[in-house]
Design a protein around this ligand. Structure first.
Ligand SMILES: *Cc1c(COP(=O)(O)O)cnc(C)c1O
Length: 480
């Protein structure tokens, strides 16, 4: 009875009010402190697990103790994705308005599967998709939905392509004994495309990875065309093409207009995977990369990567919602919407039924920053990556392996013994990440081990990128 809200288990609304204030203050301090922390978690495998009791407690635990354990046990095992010197993978950036919206979303904890299960969630989602569509310059004819991930959007696209190719009978009849569907993508395609083909029952062997060429490492359109013709000649059923705009390894970009021309001529479904690079399309000067995307059937990009919005938030645009709904809608009586004809039920646009209220964070983020400020931040990231690439290129013992595509490039150190390049660069990466001031991840380009650099953090600065130059060059030379 009458205990201060901070002193017991956080089970009451008073405790929620008290602790959300405490956690808010902690959050601001944590985010401010990031530059003093190692970016990548420095813990050994099993170190966290060992500290968690094997059995759950029978009795209630005070929230103060829980919060202390969060700081003592969990935090040391966290890789700080919001660190301004997180240059690994792609950013999964966030921002204060996004965090605040996520708080409200979790307080409401609404299931947003149908219009009637929260009209505001559905209608705000429609509005935010339309804002995003305009921001990246897709035509008004596109509609869309917020998915949890680009993987889900691509799965939905490949399922739609499959159903269209099978005369809408795959869901009903299963795939056994039917025509063999084929999907085409670049050799640089993200693994989510492979996985979508597995799950859609198409199979890895029926995903054709087309070889790439040119400075942007796009798929060879003549090879794409030849593969489709050869498949038709042997009785296979070409179903769809996935074009890539900004591949994960090195930022490879397909010539979407040329790919779209093949898709049109062959009557194939075209999906564009712009999971990372799509955010940069809010800057008109980068849109030559997406020329032809207006001809696609669907397009996905992740505001949860580079648009200051917490995971999960993936914008999935479609030209013909009816074919997506025909593929994914299912209507048991318990999901009927009484007496409403002209409403949207977004669960019919996605694989899972249950849906989070994801539009709120977009609404908060876009209004808090304004489009102009978001453009400025992305332009800065691109300019910093270009400047760093130039600086490294000017060092005689460094080599830029793939030039910047937006804010991503790859490089390697040239050790005194060229034979040792892969080994030395792997050792360099380990030294960098053990040092902790920056965080990088590797990839392979034409079989050679290289280091990736991308910048896209909300609070990164030019000084952070300068420090990356210092860390990389110092550690490389100390190693060799
Ligand atoms: C990150 C990424 C994906 C996967 O995104 P998720 O939202 O994690 O599923 C797909 N394609 C590309 C090019 C990516 O960079």
């Amino acid at each position: 009875m009458d205990r201060a809200p901070g002193s017991g288990p956080a089970l009451t609304h008073d405790a929620l009010a008290y602790w959300s204030g405490e956690l808010g203050r902690w959050a601001a301090g944590y985010l401010e402190s990031l530059r003093e922390r190692p970016v990548r978690a420095q813990s050994e495998p099993g170190a966290i697990l060992r500290q968690i009791p094997a059995a759950p407690p029978e009795e209630a635990t005070d929230f103060e103790a829980l919060f202390r354990d969060f700081q003592d046990i969990v935090l040391p095992g966290i890789t700080h994705w919001q660190h301004p010197r997180f240059f690994a993978y792609f950013a999964a950036n966030s921002s204060p308005p996004s965090v605040l919206a996520e708080f409200l979303t979790s307080v409401l904890a609404a299931q947003c599967m149908l219009w009637q299960t929260s009209p505001a969630a559905t209608e705000l989602e429609t509005a935010m998709i339309d804002w995003l569509r305009g921001m990246i310059g897709l035509p008004e004819a596109f509609r869309g939905v917020i998915q949890d991930s680009a993987s889900s959007a691509t799965l939905a696209a490949i399922l739609t392509a499959r159903e269209r190719a099978l005369g809408w009978e795959g869901n009903a009849k299963g795939l056994a004994g039917g025509p063999v569907c084929r999907i085409y993508a670049t050799a640089e395609a993200h693994s989510s495309i492979d996985k979508s083909c597995w799950i859609a029952g198409i199979g890895q062997e029926n995903l054709i990875k087309v070889e790439t060429a040119g400075a942007r490492r796009g798929m060879r359109v003549d090879a794409l065309q030849a593969a489709i013709r050869a498949d038709r000649a042997t009785g296979l059923r070409p179903a769809g093409i996935v074009a890539s705009l900004g591949g994960t390894s090195t930022g490879a970009c397909d010539d979407i207009a040329a790919v779209a021309e093949v898709a049109r001529a062959e009557g194939l479904y075209l999906h564009v995977d712009a999971a990372w690079a799509g955010s940069a399309m809010i800057c008109p000067e980068f849109r030559d990369l997406m020329a032809g995307a207006e001809l696609a059937d669907s397009f996905v990009f992740n505001p949860h990567k580079w648009l200051f919005t917490n995971f999960d938030c993936s914008a999935h645009f479609v030209r013909d919602p009816a074919s997506l709904v025909r593929t994914l809608a299912i209507h048991p009586t318990y999901l009927e919407t009484q007496g409403q004809a002209d409403i949207v039920n977004y669960s019919e646009w996605s694989v899972p039924l249950g849906r989070r209220f994801r539009a709120l964070k977009l609404w908060f983020v876009i209004r808090s920053y304004g489009v102009r400020r978001m453009q400025e931040l992305i332009r800065q990231h691109v300019a910093w990556a270009e400047a760093l690439a130039k600086r490294l290129e000017a060092e005689p013992d460094f080599e830029i392996v793939t030039q910047p595509l937006l804010s991503l490039f790859t490089f390697r150190y040239r050790p005194s013994d060229p034979q040792a390049s892969d080994r030395v660069n792997a050792a360099l990466l380990q030294a960098i990440n053990d040092d902790g001031r920056i965080y990088l991840t590797p990839t392979k380009v034409e079989g050679r081990y290289v280091l990736r650099f991308q910048v896209g953090q909300t609070h990164s600065s030019a000084a952070d990128v300068d420090l990356a130059f210092q860390v990389v060059t110092d550690l490389a030379r100390a190693l060799d």
